[in-house]
Design a protein around this ligand. Sequence first.
Ligand code: GLU
Length: 459
Amino acid sequence: MCGIVGYVGERDCTDVLLDSLSKLEYRGYDSAGIAVFENGEITVEKAKGELKNLREKVAEHKPKGHCGIGHTRWATHGEPSDINSHPHGNKRVSIVHNGIIENYKDIKNFLIEKGYTFISETDTETVAKLLDYYYEGDPVDAIIKTLKDVRGAYALGIVFKDFPDRIFAVRKDSPLIIGAGDEENFIASDVPAILKYTRNYYLLEENEIATIKSDRVEFCDMHKLPIKKEVQVSNLDMDAAEKGGYEHFMLKEINEQPTAVKTTITPRITDSMPDFSAEGFDAAKLSSYNKIYIVACGTAMHAGMVGKYVIEKLARIPVIVDIASEFRYRDPLIDKGDLVILISQSGETADTKAALELAKLNGADTLAIVNVKGSSIARAADMVVYTHAGPEISVASTKAYMVQISVMYLLAFELAYGTGRISKEQCEKFTKELQNIPSVPQRRNAPARIRPTRPPRSR
Ligand code: GLU
């Protein structure tokens, strides 16, 4: 997962881009780059490897300007290298891209016939050059024409030389938010990138085009009709997105588990009984389904497996756990009367979202368990249970997994009570035990910090 950032405003653009990119490093990357308007020209700097390599390059020649885009790349098409790093484009247009363009070869062949040349192996460069091909003075027209030709997943930050005071942004199946500051605006793959500057942001939906200037952000649809949007306010704690004195994020997040579990389950318990009324369902509704699918990827899928064991054991309802990346290809027997539970920390997992769409298409009810408010999966599902883990930066999941299984347990209690498999007293007892977990003292002799095990000495 790469990171996209963009800035337009009074500050030194290069500084803001580098700072914001550093807040997205947790997503993983293999190279980085920026494009900044400098005296009306698009100046590009990029470097393979860590962000510090880009910083070193920029220290030699710092692009000075007030509008630009930046990127940390996780290579999918072409090896990590200076040339394959984003931004891509030419003197007229420059773009950063998160995702995969499925039909990039066709686009490339078409453009080669039209006389374009390519310097990188990326799919992204084909989109940049297609934008250039369609550009006749109106960037939004060029974007609309380009998107009609493009198949795949993308979040794009785009700048056109003729418009040095603005950034354009679009997305499909990859996350992107628009940060709304005071006389300055941003784009970013995730909220931590903009938190230092503003808490306000807009959610960009699919097939919407954002034009971002320092004093305003405008949205339109694919017919250029204007769209009005509400500003969202992030309640993300700045410290929560930083290491807060811990040696590394994973250690911090392990230590945050009791609080995360408590904050997640407390609002869903009333008088020692599960209570999902705020989420719009109760024991009777939950237990009315014929069968339950739990669909997720990676760690979230393992939380789903725990959910299966506990639901089947307590409620005796069949549960099928699927890896989201296979779900839509295996033609699952989803029916009206089934419940499909989708679990995703970010709420943006593309395969899980595709599974959700398939479930809806087949008439099943969908219930999302996600950590990020307003994320794509949360918005698309019929019911949502938000976990309150806070940002999880470490790639190895700890607290997000823990809150997901806490929700699975609570759902299982509600289900088992709804099907009459457990009595009210048993349900209260189980729920109280779950409630007690965050306050169970840590083992006294538990190591204060996790140390890597030493390899045995060779003799
Ligand atoms: N597919 C693009 C590339 O390989 C973007 C990858 C990413 O999301 O970082 O350059």
